[in-house]
Design a protein around this ligand. Structure first.
Ligand code: C5P
Ligand code: MG
Length: 199
């Protein structure tokens, strides 16, 4: 049996990771696993051992210890019986990367890191605030949490993107456009995989 294939999806808060993953799922048959969504789901489980910890990390825009996130991801992968995954919002910091490399990396094939590059932080902040105002229900789509989330992104996540860049694994997409226009570029990357161009 061949190893499951994984694509990491990274980008600033509000860069459009979830929106684009949805479109990739519809067009290319990947399974979408959002680390943030899995953490929010775990938080919502009655009696979850980690509920309070997760909520405090999310409100503070901090990255939850990898043991929790990685086991949520691994369980979701196993349970799915699928073999192509978009892992969205992970690895977000060095602790995430180390935990993944230790526990999972050898059992999967990392194809590349899809990076949604949204240079205008303002655009991303606006998107998150709009999402909050439109009723996302997220306790971190407010200005106070957003500042912390951006800070974490710059100090902790950007070095991870750089780490993968140095290994030639980053596929860059300009995310400072309308969703359908962004997807035109995303589509080219996935069409290229299907044509056997990338691997
Ligand atoms: O990706 P998303 O914006 O949904 O993530 C929301 C929050 O979930 C992050 O700000 C962080 O607190 C938490 N998270 C995490 N570790 C990850 C992904 C998300 O702690 N790998
Ligand atoms: Mg998301």
């Amino acid at each position: 049996m061949s190893m499951p294939k994984v694509i990491f999806v990274l980008g600033a808060p509000g860069a459009g990771k979830g929106t684009q993953c949805q479109k990739i799922v519809e067009n290319f048959g990947y399974m979408h696993l959002s680390a943030g969504d899995l953490l929010r789901e775990e938080r919502a489980k009655p009696g979850s051992q980690y509920g309070e910890l997760i909520e405090s990390y999310i409100q503070e825009g901090k990255i939850v210890p990898v043991e929790i996130t990685c086991s949520l991801l691994e369980n979701a992968m196993k349970k799915s019986n699928r073999d192509k995954f978009l892992i969205d919002g992970f690895p977000r910091n060095q602790n995430n990367l180390d935990g993944w490399n230790k526990a999972v990396a050898k059992n999967v094939k990392l194809l590349f890191v899809l990076f949604f590059d949204c240079p205008k932080e303002v655009a991303c902040v606006e998107r998150c605030l709009d999402r909050g105002a439109a009723g996302s229900g997220r306790s971190d789509d407010n200005m106070q949490s957003l500042e912390k989330r951006f800070n974490t992104y710059i100090t902790e996540t950007q070095p991870i993107i750089k780490y993968y860049e140095e290994r030639g694994l980053v596929r860059n997409v300009d995310a400072n456009k309308a969703p359908d226009d962004v997807f035109d570029d995303v589509k080219k990357i996935f069409d290229n995989i299907n044509a056997g161009g990338d691997f």
